[in-house]
Design a protein around this ligand. Structure first.
Ligand code: ACM
Length: 699
């Protein structure tokens, strides 16, 4: 996937602060949202994704060494493994030396797990993921019709663990839960930058914690072919430069995912995005070779020849081999961004089109896709492709994954295809979690669909494309933002309170770290690498206020390739600045009631003063490190923005109208600072803008 098409922010307000509610309003909404608020005013749960129904009751189940689990009903090896994992995480979270095995004796059990039905041999999109969880002072009970529901309920149980002045506990609750959509995926592109198997496993752990159930593994592209093929060994030997998954690693990862209730859908992108295949087997190409692994990003010309019988024989054998390795019923064939240049340039392909009455390259690709669908059918697979595969001749059972717009999802289901949404869920665009959170597969574009068509919308997938990530920073680019997408796909459509989502997202950060995710550690390590011997604090303080730009901006700013190191500040800073969000929240509180928010004003002043004065401390870093030199203007911008913010505060607190000259100067400063510098954004621009607007609005 070239991913060069910009995912626009159309239709969703990005203005920071816009969604931030006052603390009071947030409390009211939270109380409305969590039923039975009166019973347990001091019990706050952090569940993500939010369950469909929860009642928080009086009482707490105290956790101690006596905590024992008992399993009843249908047995499944996944359940034993899951209980051991959960108890292990509980041990890590609480330090209590819990027995890791379930108890054979129901009398001893504090937590009863009842699996009411068997699991599927191969987990499918139809699997029942519902569960009920009840906890009271004395114990808990988790019941589900299938092992997958038990896995989901166990994750909820883990997230409920909290502590008070007395001990660790789980609050008394009654939860009835099930997903809104059956397809809740995460795509990882392991082609453009290599992602070792342990990175994949950690992300599977995080997905399981967020109840995501499809790992879409993008395994081939122009820049690398990443799976061992025994039938066509040159694919991985020539196409990967040694960075590929062995078949044993694939099998191990499929089992790892299955244990966590996650299906793995492999993607082998054809007929475009195939330079790495063609480097190994140039006879499959539409234009004469030789080919070499591609280093640059974008939509490229090399492409398989859909008129060549050998291509189908090759794909038939290859898909047969991969169909055994990947048991899931779905098989992704890509199909995106075929520019057709090599088809147009080849007289044999042109005359084939004329003979077959294929009027354009879309028709030719549809011809290719029909043949591909037959091959997949032979191996018992359902075909799925990106929205470019949509064509009147496409067999209706092919699932379409929309990345170019929500309208294309509506078109697909209207034409009878099952559909999945990825438009709006591109993590590489570095949008804030609230941007993704606002995008609903059944949003306004789907409003006019018939119910039968709506039911064809299976869900969505977050996409982590690989141009600007490596194995160091990938986790920080996915998490915690993907959790907001996980919630959109699991929880009810009415679960929409952005402040509450962010409250819980902060908790998700800790939850994922406790489970071994590296998304937080990478940041400090990367900063330390840039800072050398110096104490890290001042640099961190600046970096906390910066955010990376997304793929579209970066690809325009300089010539990138897979050989360009991702070792700059833009590759370290977090996609969403928590410090800026905290400032925005305070500003919302202060501006909602300027006369009665002395405390908020004081806090804002303290933050801005601290950040302003910090320029002096960060200078030595910038002077001593060639890699940090580009950060200098950003440090200056933070200084000036804080000055402007402090002046705006003076005006607001005194209710004194700023001079015209000040207003003009502040506006031009904000315009200047809004632009990316060194491929980064200063995250406090929008909140400072709020302050300046508020000052300007004083009569
Ligand atoms: C894509 O981003 N080309 C699917």
């Amino acid at each position: 996937m070239g991913c060069t098409t910009t995912q626009s922010q159309e239709g969703v307000s990005m203005e920071a602060g816009h969604f931030h509610l006052t603390a009071l309003l947030a409390t009211v909404l939270t109380a409305l949202y969590w039923p039975n608020p009166g019973l347990s005013q001091d019990t706050v749960v952090h569940l993500m994704p939010a369950p469909q129904h929860i009642a928080i009751n009086e009482g707490r189940l105290r956790l101690d060494r006596a905590f024992r689990v008992h399993l009843s009903g249908h047995s499944d090896p996944r359940l034993l493994a899951a209980v051991a994992r959960v108890l292990h995480v509980m041990r890590n979270k609480t330090g209590i030396p819990l027995a890791l095995l379930p108890s054979p004796d129901p009398e001893q059990s504090v937590f009863e797990i009842q699996c009411e039905g068997p699991g599927e041999k191969i987990q499918s999109v139809r699997s029942d993921e519902s569960y009920t969880l009840e906890v009271n002072n004395r114990g808990g009970r988790l019941a589900a019709p299938s092992p997958i529901g038990i896995l989901r309920g166990l994750e909820t149980f883990l997230q409920l663990i909290d502590m008070d002045s007395e001990s660790f506990y789980v609050p008394a609750v009654k939860i009835e839960d099930r997903p809104r959509f059956p397809w809740r995926g995460l795509l990882i592109d392991a082609s453009r930058h290599w992602q070792p198997v342990e990175v994949i496993h950690r992300n599977l752990d995080a997905m399981a914690a967020m109840k995501m159930n499809v790992f879409h593994w993008h395994l081939s592209d122009d820049q690398g072919f990443r799976v061992e093929s025994r039938l066509f060994p040159k694919l991985h030997q020539i196409g990967s430069e040694g960075d590929y998954y062995t078949q044993d690693e694939i099998r191990e990862t499929v089992a790892y995912a299955r244990n966590r209730g996650i299906r793995i859908v492999p993607e082998f992108d054809v007929p475009g995005h195939t330079t790495a295949w063609l480097a190994a087997y140039p006879e499959l190409a539409s234009a004469p070779g030789p080919y070499a692994i591609e280093r640059s990003w974008g939509v490229l010309d090399p492409c398989m020849d859909p008129t060549n019988k050998k291509v189908y024989a090759f794909l038939d054998a290859f898909i047969g081999e991969m169909a055994e390795l990947f048991p899931d019923e779905y098989f992704h064939v890509g199909g995106d961004e075929v520019n057709g240049k090599h088809w147009n340039a080849n007289p044999r392909i042109r005359s084939f089109k004329a003979r077959q009455k294929l009027k354009d390259n879309r028709d030719l690709q549809a011809y290719f896709n029909r043949r591909l669908a037959r091959i997949l059918e032979k191996y018992g697979k359902k075909m799925i492709g990106w929205d470019e595969v949509l064509h009147p001749n496409l067999p209706k059972n092919v699932t379409v994954q929309s990345w170019r717009g929500q309208a294309s999802l509506a078109d697909s289901v209207r034409e009878g295809h099952p559909g999945i949404l990825s438009y709006g869920y591109y993590l590489d665009q570095m949008q804030p979690a609230e941007f993704h959170y606002a995008i609903d597969p059944l949003g306004k574009e789907a409003a006019n669909l018939r119910d039968a068509d709506k039911n064809q919308i299976l869900g969505g997938e977050a996409c982590m494309w690989g141009e600007f990530i490596n194995s160091d920073n990938i986790e920080s680019r996915i998490w915690p933002r993907a959790a907001a997408i996980a919630e959109r796909l699991w929880s009810s459509a009415e679960t929409r309170d952005v402040s509450d989502m962010y409250r819980r997202l902060d908790y998700v950060n800790h939850e994922l770290t406790a489970r071994g995710l590296m998304h937080r550690c990478h940041y400090l390590e990367a900063l330390q690498r840039m800072a050398g011997e110096l104490d890290l604090d001042p640099l961190t303080k600046l970096a906390d206020l910066l955010q990376p730009t997304g793929l579209s901006v970066r690809a325009r700013t300089r010539k990138y390739s897979s050989l360009v190191p991702l070792n700059r500040m833009v590759d370290a800073v977090m996609p969403e600045s928590e410090a800026a969000r905290h400032l925005a929240d305070l500003i919302d509180i202060a501006l909602a009631n300027p006369l009665r928010s002395k405390d908020a004003f004081q806090k804002i002043r303290a933050l801005l003063t601290d950040w302003r004065d910090h320029r002096v401390q960060v200078k030595p870093f910038i002077e001593q490190s060639f890699i940090l030199r580009e950060v200098d203007p950003l440090s200056d911008a933070v200084f000036e923005l804080c000055m402007a913010g402090l002046e705006a505060l003076d005006y607001i607190e005194a209710q004194r109208k700023p001079t015209e000259a000040w207003q003009t100067k502040a506006t031009s400063l904000l315009e200047r600072c809004e632009k990316p510098q060194a491929e980064m954004l200063v995250a406090i621009v929008p909140p400072i803008q709020e302050l300046v607007h508020a000052a300007n609005a004083i009569p």
